[in-house]
Design a protein around this ligand. Sequence first.
Ligand code: SF4
Length: 373
Amino acid sequence: MNQADCDMTGDNQGDDVSIDCENALPWQQEGLRLNAFGRTLRRRFGGRVQRVSLDAGFTCPNVDGALTSGGCNFCDNRSFSPSRRVRLQRVSEQLSVGIEKVTKRYDRVQGFIAYFQPATNTYAPVEQLEEIYQLALSADPRVVGIAIGTRPDCAPESVLKLLQRLAKNHAVSLEYGMQSVHQASLDWMNRAHSHADMVNAIDRSRGRGFECCAHVILGVPGEDHAMMMQTADEIGVLGFDSIKLHNLYSVQGTPLGEEVLAGKVKMMEREDYIRTVVDFLERISPTTVVERVSGDAPPNFLIEPKWCLEKSALRIEIDAEFDRRGTRQGDRFVAPPVAPKDRPVPVDQTPAAVRDQIDARGRLPVLKMQGGV
Ligand code: SF4
């Protein structure tokens, strides 16, 4: 799982700007400043598609002791424990509640993507993963696909083969918490994986028919502008299909939240974030779909920064910054010397500790509810 954020599946994509270019990509022909996710979904499915978040009761190897037990410093992973978890519902119930909420909020929603969001949603035996993904795909005829949030060290070959198979008939997105290319930043966040884990996972995931999405956090203390731009350049090197950008934010009950409350850590300023997002997007390929440009949390949990609650205003200001510069996504993109499709496919480096724990784990909570435990 990654920081929850402003999902760009909707229409609030800013006003169009016009361009005239025969060979432009569809989003460029539509006069957008960036390759926005909502428009991509509309082109693919012929109408509005919204995500519905699902909780299958997964935990995380960075929480249950397989790797560490602390979890990421920004993650409220206490909620992964069964005793603290809001009582789970069957997948079909979660979907119908979520679909009802979305259809009340938006007119004419054409389809839904079931989004396995909290915790590490590939952290179970592959047979159970297939059961649970199929439950979501078959629960409502309007579900057009699934999105699965996970860690770079939790994508064994068996899981990738499953997603490859499901992607033949459905939209499937595998969302990796990459966060940063810098080991010092990953260590500061207590991610308990390296960037080499990310490279291994994406080099085995690419080109299988499902979308590979990178989550990135901007504003990690100790990362200067040049370091964040190195992470931007790595998106093109590794050939991710899409990206979600998040500002680092702090919530109650987390190690980061305590440090922020104690005045030891400062969050990025709003203007700095807007400029950095635009710098970042200028450096990534115009073909990369931008799924999110900011992150936030429920107001009663959020500590800092408060400005991230103004998602629509941020989106407008990001467009305005592009306009001020006269640039668009990809204007500073430099293709890597080795095209992602030509990168060698490495052997699966999923850590033994993760594999062992997957094998030892019992049946997923949502599957227990389906009966036949
Ligand atoms: S990898 Fe980190 S952010 Fe994701 S679920 Fe585990 S502890 Fe939370």
